[in-house]
Every structure is written in C-alpha cells, then in structure tokens.
Design a protein around this ligand. Structure first.
Ligand SMILES: Nc1ncnc2c1ncn2[C@@H]1O[C@H](COP(=O)(O)OP(=O)(O)O)[C@@H](O)[C@H]1O
Ligand SMILES: [Mg+2]
Length: 481
C-alpha cells in the first residue's frame, strides 16, 4: 500500500506542473513546459503530448521533448491508450515507457507518452499514479484553454461587428450626393485617406465637415485605432490645454491623479480638431509642436511623450483672414492645411437636395415608423430654399416634418420660412399654393375692405357664397360682425 502513495518528491513535481498550467498560456505552450518540468524534476529522457485532431481523425503531436525517432515512437501504443483510455507501461531495456490518457470529463482527448529510467527505489505504480494526476491537470488546462479560445472568438466577432457598424455609419456610403462637387469630394477623401498628411476641411457650418473627417479616418489604415474629436470652441480656454495634452498629478489644484490628454488617447489613430479657428493663440505654440514634432508634454510633466497621430482640422472661418489679423499663427496654418478640402454650401449644389431628402426620409421614416413623402411641388420648394444651415438644416427640417405629418407632404404643409418672396411669386399660380395661402389672402382682402364681405369677395374673384364657405373652412374670425 505504501508504494502506491505519491511521495513527497512527486507532490513537488505536481506542484511545479500546477504552476506552469496556471500561467495562462495556450495549451500547446503549457504542454511543452509540463514536459520540461518532468525532465528537470523527474529525469524523463523524452516526452510527448498528443491530442486527438478531428480534422485528420488521429492523434496530433502538440508538444515534444527529446528525440523521438521512429523506433522509439510506439505510435501503436498511444493509439491503444487513446482508444481504451487505460494507461500502459513497457520496460524497454534500461528505460521504461509510459503512455497515459488525458481525459476531460471521462472523454479521452489525448495521450502523454514518455521514457524514463526507473531507479531501484522507484515503483511503477507510484510513477503511474503521479502521471495520472498530471494528465488530469492537463485535461483541465485543455478545457480552460478551449473555453478561452471560444470566448476570444466571440469577443473578436463582436468587435468586428461593432467596427463594421461604425464603418458603415461613416463610410463613403454615408456621404450622399450626386453633384460633381460631392463626387470630387469622395475622390479627394479616398486619395488623402491613403496618406498620413494633415487635412484642413473648410466650409460653412452644417455642410458635412465632421462627416468627411470621419470618412477619411475610416478609409485610412488607422481605422481600427481611435478617432478623437477635439472641439476647440466648446471647451473653455483654461481647460483646453489639460484636455489636449493631459496633466500630471499635482499639476494644479484638484489634479489628484494624472490624466492622458486627447493626443495621447488617440495614439495610432486620428485627432480631429473641430473649429480649429477658435483655438486660442496662447495654445497655438503647443499645438504647433505636436503637429511638427509629434511630441507633447503633459501639464506639470517633466518629460516629452511621443505620439503617433494623424491630424484633421476643420473650420467655418476664413483662416487666412485670421492669420492676417494676427489671430492665427501662420506657421500653424501652413502645417495644418497641407491638404485642403473645401466643401461648398448646399445652395451651390442643389442637385444634392433631392437625394439628401430621400436619404433622410428613409432614415426618419424608419426611426419614427412613418411613411412620409414629399410631392414634387414640395420638393421644388426645398430646392429653391437657400439652406443657410446647409445639410444639417435640411436634415432637421425633414425630421420635424416626418414627426409632424403623415402621408404625402405638399407645399401647404411646409413651414413658411421655406418660402422666399421669389418662390411665393413663382408658385402663386399653382392650385396647391393658392390653397396654402388662401387663408392669408382672404384675411388680407377682408382687412382691405374693412370686413365688408361682398367687396372682399369681389376683390378675390369669388362669389359671396364661395367666400363664406372658405371663411368657415379656415375659421377666419370676422371682426365687427
Ligand atoms: N453629403 C452628406 N450626406 C449625408 N449626410 C450628410 C452629408 N453632409 C452632411 N450630412 C449630415 O448633416 C449633418 C451635419 O454635418 P456635419 O458633418 O456635422 O457638418 P459640419 O461639421 O460641417 O458642421 C450631419 O448629421 C451629417 O451626417
Ligand atoms: Mg462639425
């Protein structure tokens, strides 16, 4: 009985094996380390771990230690061990050959085989006992590794899915337009995305500058790294420096910990300096340093930090004019605008309006579960309007209408600010427009004639009956009657 017990020495070996298996390596790496432990602490001369591979329908070596020439391999024996799940032992001259199944929950998944010279004090039973323990541990390690791989695969799939969603959201398909201006923009984006040069996007507010900046990032090789936006006008000057460059603990009152700035957070990716024209002059030298040397220094920090970022800036201001007025550093301006992209206002590319309207209709109909559309006359009104707020204004106008209206929108459903005097004139002869402004016209006529209905009717070219009908229909209050 005493012989079958695992000795102190063997407990030590099992302990070493446990240590190796808890390192969190892959099963293959761990297997080799287990063989090395058996070599160092238990004097095996050769060791080999094989796993059953479903693809080749046989055992496959995952780790091997020492030389395994054909004559010592004894593949016939491992196969038997694998099939029967029972350990085998052979005496081969001065050495002993052990082959032990590795099991997971009763199922044999592989085999551990080794050669070892047994000393006079060693017993086969205690050796086998210990090897069974080692194999149980290997089985557990295998199962853990398998679970980890599955998890990892799941995470990776999830990550891929998220990146895809993001990329679709901001990919070039997200930039709608059929005007030559937009086609040209898409070409520029594709070209510049392949490079690392700094881009300056100019154009009025709402033309799509931020959208273009994202498109460049997601078309570039940095797409799997962060896209970090810094809105230079939204952050108070005093906070902007800390926000951009980070700070060390104790840099100022309240800095209890150190914090990375946006340039550090964007490592490997793209920094988008939105409204760069509002960057305070006092911070421009520090910004120039990042742009030029790709180096930053945290507030209260003592050493410089290298950053690898691509810089895209945008502004709706005339930066050249700011340079002339001494509000923007000339050297910084040239550094930022290596590749300038100008986005024309929507009123200069009217042919984009119908496709943008369709795009936003699709988006908001889906979001609000509606079926709203524009008739051609309503679309004409949208085409004529100068859109001072550009695509952003068009987007919110469509959204509001989708929420408020149902079915087909005609000019009378449109808010009056969309009608210029010019449009009103042009559309006056259209029946729908007459209807939409009829109420106003009737009130005007009534006022002109001191609310004498017969005179008002004459002025409007209507019979008294027709006028009465309309007054009721439009619920026009009649003064003095
Ligand atoms: N060509 C376009 N296609 C689709 N959506 C656009 C286009 N241009 C702008 N938009 C949308 O209009 C809104 C304003 O665009 P944004 O990029 O924020 O403008 P800017 O940064 O120039 O003020 C955003 O919702 C954006 O998605
Ligand atoms: Mg913007």
């Amino acid at each position: 009985m005493a012989k079958r017990e695992v000795s102190i020495k063997e407990i030590g070996i099992v302990n070493e094996v446990a240590k190796v298996l808890s390192r969190g390596q892959s099963f293959e790496e761990a297997s080799l380390d287990v063989l090395k432990v058996l070599y160092s602490f238990w004097n095996i001369s050769r060791g080999l771990i094989s796993l059953y591979d479903k693809n080749i329908k046989s055992l496959r070596v995952v780790a091997s230690f020492g030389s395994w020439k054909k004559e010592v391999k004894r593949e016939d024996i491992w196969d038997k061990v694998y099939k029967n799940g029972i350990p085998m032992f052979l005496s081969e001259g001065s050495e002993s050959f052990f082959s032990v199944p590795i099991k997971v929950g009763g199922e044999v998944i592989g085999v551990l085989s080794l050669y070892k010279e047994l000393g006079p004090k060693d017993s086969v039973e205690s050796a086998l006992e210990m090897l069974l323990i080692v194999c149980t541990m290997l089985g557990m390690a295998y199962k853990l590794d398998e679970r980890m791989q599955e998890q990892k695969k799941e995470w990776e799939e999830e990550k891929e899915e998220l990146t895809k969603v993001l990329q679709e959201k901001y990919s070039l398909e997200g930039i709608i337009g059929r005007s030559p201006a937009v086609k040209n923009l898409i070409e520029l984006i594709l070209k510049v995305a392949k490079t690392d040069v700094n881009v300056l996007i100019t154009g009025e507010s709402g033309v799509g500058k931020s959208l273009i900046a994202k498109a460049i990032h997601f078309q570039s090789s940095r797409k799997n790294r962060p896209f970090v936006t810094i809105n230079c006008s939204a952050i108070p000057e005093t906070l902007l420096e800390a926000e951009l460059f980070g700070y060390e603990r104790g840099a100022f009152t309240g800095a209890y910990t150190s914090k990375k700035g946006k340039f550090e957070l964007a490592e490997g990716g793209t920094v988008f300096l939105d409204e760069v024209g509002d960057m305070p002059l006092s911070l421009q030298p520090k910004l120039l340093r990042v742009v030029q040397e790709k180096e930053i220094e945290r507030l209260g920090g003592e050493h410089t930090i290298k950053v690898d970022v691509r810089i895209i800036s945008a502004t709706n201001k005339d930066l050249k004019k700011l340079v002339e007025d001494g509000l923007f550093r000339e050297d910084l301006y040239y550094r930022l605008s290596v590749f300038p992209i100008h986005v024309p206002p929507l009123r200069e590319r009217k042919e984009d309006i119908p496709v943008l309207v369709d795009h936003f209709l699709q988006l908001f109909n889906k979001r609000y579960n509606k079926k709203v559309g524009f008739d051609t006359r309503a679309m004409d009104v949208l085409m004529e309007y100068p859109w001072p707020g550009n695509v952003r204004e068009l987007e919110s106008t469509v959204e509001r209408l989708v929420i408020l209206k149902d079915g087909l929108i005609t000019p009378k459903d449109l808010p009056s600010y969309l009608f210029s005097e010019d449009t009103k004139e042009k559309l006056k002869n259209l029946p729908s427009f007459v209807e939409s402004t009829e109420r106003e016209e009737i009130i005007k006529a009534l006022e002109k004639t001191g609310y004498v209905k017969s005179r008002a009717a004459k002025l409007l070219g209507l019979t008294l009956r027709q006028l009465d009908y309309r007054i009721k229909k439009y619920r026009i209050p009649i003064k003095g009657s």
